[in-house]
Design a protein around this ligand. Structure first.
Ligand SMILES: NC(=O)c1ccc[n+]([C@@H]2O[C@H](COP(=O)([O-])OP(=O)(O)OC[C@H]3O[C@@H](n4cnc5c(N)ncnc54)[C@H](O)[C@@H]3O)[C@@H](O)[C@H]2O)c1
Length: 360
């Protein structure tokens, strides 16, 4: 029998869970917090140290250091060893992939900046306080762009700005459903608007049509559809004067299939596709590019509630083929590609950025 490897913070959560010493330690920690190891499944390919940032400090660097020290000391929690490894392949033998071949530990994706890609460009980013919007605004700013960062949350925008001291960022607290605020956003951008990343959006409560309330329908449509439309309408005149401009809207897997959310969110994201394609068709000859990204599961702060037992059961069944969740930076990579000149010949597409989920 070979000696199990020495675990570090750079090893994936999957490697930790399958390790004869690391696995029981992590499971013990989770059970103390009343959690099941399944909660880590969507992020299992990430290095365990990434949990510090993802959990916003709830899982601290100190906890990672303690885990590494306990694993190195071979401290299997009392009574945990047998139960924890039950039904699992011994960790020192290679895990097997679905096709029977030895599973390969995949290298992690690392964001690589394209310095200067957005130099001289002004890009409006909505939802810039959190998740995909924040990662996109950050990437544009770090690649030299001037960012008009919009969100309803002053606190989140302040935090974002404080992480990017020296970058060219204008923060603006605004609700994208408010016409006066939309006018303020455009005014803050000034003479040039090279890009609009329409990212702010909200989920629904997974209700099917028979249980849908008017309140949920109106709220979801007002942010996801009206807000997206209002910003598009507001930037188009400037982009037409310039003869160039790139708009990226945020659709969803729910824009491509009926099984990813409730009826309100699903219909709203299908509407985002309609806004995207019509506008691309109308203004393509005038130099505007209008595309959408359809994110699959992504680690952000978005909140989905389950107000319907039927909705919950149906959606959870469909989630059985869910790919691993992506980090928001992976979505920012797709969005900034479409926003930048690298997307020069791409117009009117809905780019699935979902790890292949939509191909299933
Ligand atoms: N996270 C996912 O798995 C996922 C999957 C598919 C699509 N999406 C879409 O991605 C987009 C971003 O979502 P996220 O997951 O990053 O969510 P998030 O909640 O982490 O971030 C959304 C941000 O938008 C802001 N916002 C909400 N309503 C607003 C309004 N009316 N005006 C201005 N700002 C507003 C919020 O304050 C928040 O900071 C959404 O359109 C969402 O539908 C997300």
């Amino acid at each position: 029998m070979s000696t199990p490897k020495t675990l570090t913070g750079d090893d994936s959560i999957k490697t930790w869970l399958e390790h004869p010493v690391g696995g029981p330690i992590v499971r013990d920690l989770l059970s103390q917090a009343g959690q099941n190891p399944d909660v880590l499944k969507p992020v299992q390919r990430l290095a365990i140290k990434r949990l510090v940032k993802l959990s916003k400090g709830q899982f601290s660097q100190q906890m990672v250091d303690d885990l590494v020290a306990r694993a190195a000391a071979g401290e299997v929690p009392a009574g945990a060893a047998d139960a924890a490894t039950e039904g699992r392949a011994p960790a020192e033998s290679a895990a097997e992939a679905a096709d029977g071949a030895p599973e390969v530990e995949r290298p992690e994706w690392i964001e690589r900046l394209d310095h200067g890609r957005f130099s001289g460009r002004t890009v409006i980013v909505t939802g810039a306080g959190s998740g995909i919007g924040r990662a996109t605004a950050s990437r544009i700013a770090r690649e030299g762009g001037r960012v008009i960062a919009v969100d309803v949350s002053q606190e989140r925008l302040d935090e974002f700005a404080s992480e990017h001291v020296g970058a060219d960022i204008v923060t603006l607290v605004a609700d994208i459903t408010d016409d006066a605020k939309v006018a303020e956003i455009v005014a803050a951008a000034g003479e040039r608007i090279d890009g609009l990343a329409n990212i702010a959006g909200i989920m629904d409560d997974m209700t099917p049509i028979g249980e849908l309330t008017d309140a949920v329908w109106k709220r979801v449509f007002s942010v996801n559809v009206d807000g997206t439309m209002k910003l598009m309408r507001a930037v188009v005149p400037t982009m037409l004067t310039q003869g160039i401009g790139s708009i990226v809207n945020t659709a969803s897997e729910a824009a491509l299939r009926g099984s990813a959310a409730g009826v309100a969110y699903t219909a709203s994201k299908h509407a985002v596709v309609g806004l995207t394609k019509s506008t691309a068709f109308m203004y393509g000859p005038s130099g505007l590019r209008v595309n959408a990204v359809a994110p699959g599961p992504t680690i952000t702060n978005i909140e989905a509630t389950f107000a319907s037992p039927l909705g919950a059961e149906r959606v959870r069944q469909a989630m059985a083929i869910l790919p691993d969740a992506a980090e928001a930076e992976a979505l920012a990579a797709s969005i900034t590609f479409l926003l930048s000149d690298d997307g020069v010949n791409v117009n009117g597409v809905v780019l699935a950025s979902d790890g292949g989920w939509s191909a299933a």
